[in-house]
Design a protein around this ligand. Sequence first.
Ligand code: TRP
Ligand code: ZN
Length: 872
Amino acid sequence: MTLQSTPINRLDYTPPAFLIDRVDLTFELIESQTRVQSRLVLKRNPEAAPQLPLELAGEELTLESIKLDGAPLKADAYTVSAKGLIIAAMPDEAILEIVTLINPLTNTSLNGLYVSSGNFITQCEAEGFRKITYYLDRPDVMAKFTTTIIADKTRYPVLLSNGNRVDSGQMDKNRHWVKWVDPFKKPAYLFALVAGKLVMLADQHTTPSGRQVALEIFVEPGNLDKCHHAMAAIKKSMRWDEERFGLEYDLDSYMIVATSDFNMGAMENKGLNIFNTKYVLAKPETATDVDFDGIDAVVAHEYFHNWTGNRVTCRDWFQLSLKEGLTVYRDQEFSSDIGSRSVERINNVKALREMQFAEDAGPQAHSVRPEAYSEINNFYTMTIYEKGSEVVRMYATLLGKEGFRKGMDLYFKRHDGQAVTCDDFRAAMSDANGVDLTQFEEWYKQAGTPELAITSQYDATAKTYTLHIKQSCPATPGQAEKRPFHIPLALGLLDKHGKDLPLQLLGESNAQGTTRVLELTAASHRFSFVNIDEAPTPSLLRDFSAPVKLSYAYRDEELVFLMANDSDAFNRWEAANTFAKNLLLSLYASNDGQQLAPTSFINALRKVLSEKLDPSLIALMLDLPRENYLLEQIDSVNPAQLHLVHRSVKAQIARELRAELLATYNKLNDGSTYRYEDAGKRSLKNICLDYLAELDEPLVTELLSKQYRLSDNMTDRLAALKALVNRDGGEAQLADFAVQWHDDALVMDKWFALQSTSRRPGALSRVQALMDHPAFSIKNPNKVRALIMGFCLQNAPHFHAADGYGYAFAADRIIELDKINPQVAARLASSFNRWKKMEPQRRQMMQDELQRIAQQSDLSSDLAEIVNKALS
Ligand code: TRP
Ligand code: ZN
């Protein structure tokens, strides 16, 4: 398995030939030549075929020595390749001692052991451990790890690894050592090591069973004042998991290390999480409200992995969503409980639709449990994470909160300490509740976004209201025909006053609540509600009860009615969103750029502004659907044309609601000092400002520059600067901002992102010039995300410029990055995924650039997989 050739197929799984009971590692840390000694206690796996060779994965390693049961291994007893090391004849039990040399200094992939700002950091998920030593680098091989770290005392005063620190001492040549023991068996992808000059914020937590846990956040010197929000998030997460799922922490210390060079958000290594600084460092002067929420979510996510991922892990990487989908669901529930449930739901659904639906409709579409992959790093996707979370949420919707908890309890009771599959999770949910979830497996097997087409019929004589529901799912690569999914459809019916009607289905003796979850299992269904005195307005797919596309021919008046009355906050927002989406798409289709939005739309938004609702909900209802989301609904699309429509509607709203927007802005902009809890007010204030910025008036310029100058927090300052940068002018403030924040890397990321996503003419040449800015580095993923991905993925009008220069720029950067960091290059390449959606000229140019990338020699397996799928 480890040295298998690609693609790797899910159904080819075989158990490992050997198991590892213990692994003892010793690292002698030297930047350009680190020595790794590994001592493995191996035994043959009784569940594997006998006589199999031992195949250890290993990449970019220099083998210094290898001993079997104390004796050096003869050269003909093993073979070494670029993929690993194979020993053909192995005893049933053995001790293997391997010494390898690696070069962390030149490791720009940020995978394996690497140097970042002079500190040593590891990233082992998914297959990074094989860049540290030869190993059975697969998640179903779980071993107890001991790690000894030796390093220069002055340069690396802090030496960390998983588990408990058991011993330490001094050595010659100004060196010291620390020994760590992790009492829990774990797969190699959860291994971590950190060494460097770091300072620590300490706190503690006592679990319900009385365990005292030391909480420690390690950061570079000078950043301690930005760790308090993350520390509070750890404590909230621990308490929440104890209360909601009865799960408590299991080691004496829980450590987080923040690094500025990281491919993803964070990593759940046992007892020693490693985080991108973006998800740790924050104070009101440097971080926005969105950043603070992101810290809560990611801290919770990584902490929750300790049970969903670490104590119970994945049998193989096809099961990735077993831990990721479940852990995203858990962090979303956490965020819902500590904040506003409906706002959290709306934001998550927006992200799902903008990104996961696009993935599901394009060349990289794959199911939540994929069938094959070439490079596992390419499968840390919106589908595995976000759709995976929706799949978990549907269990909770079908089984209820208590039924879901019963399923979780059984899952842990059965599988603690094991490496398991998505089927095991589904079986626990099913067995704990005595329900048949056989058909539910389709959510794991089939890719693509299912579509629900619903029509309704009111019979005034019989007083019945009938819904006809058809489900279908478009073909995706390798899956032409789809079988029906098991879909929970939550809905309500509103009377003419906007009140929820009691819902009684034909054949039932009485009404059962006002929101019902209908279970769809066939291609078509018909449900009749009885005792309905007048034609109701349906509120369909409440709280977005399934990750599907819904089509129902709502009239505009019905949408306005739902916007004002639906008891389901998600569907109130959804009605506004649908109204705006329909409008923008029809204006785009009319294609003359002259048409205006109807008064009914403007009036609906005016009404929203006057509602007594949570201000963040009002802000969300006012926000127009993003261009990226609209692009997905149009075939042979011209993004420039769409951008014009989007802008002109925005400007029209600003003109016609000028007085209301200004009044709301002025009311909220009351000069009060910053309080974290006022985030909702800031979001409403700043969306008003964003609209007002469409008006070319001195008054607005004054508002913007005042807010930029006088704000005491980054949320407000950045909102003002963003609006300024989208207008003409703003150069002075941009320069001022860079002077003030030039040595704060995370704030400079915002500065780069503002410019890369700016719609003003000349965006590309500014992005190109900024690549030479001293604060930019193409080796740093956060910088690449801010400047390059910002442009390619979040600046549709400029990336898709008619001259094709945006595409050429993207392809050049993808080729350049592939030599530095293939994971990042592959992510950037996804900006070409939707080329077939474009109008013919852009389609051709995008295809040409994809082909140019494909023709490069020595493409990484990461990039090759993405580009080949995009082209096929
Ligand atoms: N398991 C991590 C998480 O979801 C994801 C992750 C962090 C990752 N770093 C990575 C995945 C590097 C692939 C490569 O929290
Ligand atoms: Zn995760």
